[in-house]
Design a protein around this ligand. Sequence first.
Ligand code: FAD
Length: 285
Amino acid sequence: MPIINKHGKNIELSCEVFPPKKDLSISGIYETLDSIKSLDPDFISVTYGAGGSNSKKTAEIASYIQNSCNINALAHLTAVGVTPQKLNDLLTEYKANGIKRILALRGDKPRDMSDEDFENRHYKYAGDIVKEIFEFGGFHIYGACYPEKHPEAATLEEDIKHIKEKVDLGVSGLITQMFFDNEKLYSYIDKLDKAGIHVAIHAGIMPITAPNQLGTSVSLSGSSIPTALSNLIAEHADDPEGMKKAGVEYAIKQVEDLIAHGIDGIHLYSMNKADITKQIFEAVI
Ligand code: FAD
């Protein structure tokens, strides 16, 4: 669903879903996808458990997106979760299922992996699997980037140097970590540009629709929370419906501003919530 901004530029809209937790049935996610597909997004991405334990579900859901919803699937894949054989098997399976887009990530240390196994993993960084996927051929490779720096990087400049390496190895689109202050993204895009990185940037937008959402994934992401957003959360601490509405409005404002600034793409962290995804995308298309 490319939309055209006021400068006449196409902007891709996409979103992320994740496989259901271990014991839960996969059918819930299919209902979410059946609902989201009417938006005709440019692609839908599916996360991958860092250790690869859920890789079957990622593949199954990506295949459903590609072949039943007829929407481009972007399958996440982590370096931590694969050996050369497993990587080859997954790429072969994806190719056979018509999946042409991979988000190549390093992944973080899974809870059930020892420090020693993590240190001795075969592929150290995302760039290491980007190289292999590029050589395998036939995939449009995406990578992750961090407007406020990856938490482990010493400096933003150092981090951008490694992003450039990923791009030189074959990444042709970058999806950003969530951010809540667009100015941080604009300043980051300037820096990427100066570092010679000119691939499409897909801005990762996480709607904050419940106060407790800040507790886990958001705090781990290292993304800063602007005062306007923290005030809004404090204001609706005991008002779930009000928080949901205010969080959706905050995300819509972020997206409208990004579109006005000519961003290449908007990537919504849907949290598997079709209603919120639809409210935000329908407001901007
Ligand atoms: P890398 O690009 O390898 O970078 C990791 C760190 O190492 C950075 O600090 C970087 O500066 C540094 N670095 C990179 N290359 C080198 C090098 N050659 N030498 C020295 N240092 C280097 N995790 C999951 O488990 N599953 C998912 O599905 C998933 N989806 C994600 C989607 C998006 C859009 C984003 C932003 C993150 C996602 N993550 C996911 C989280 C991700 O795995 C973590 O953020 C992880 O810590 C870093 O992954 P990366 O691909 O950015 O790593």
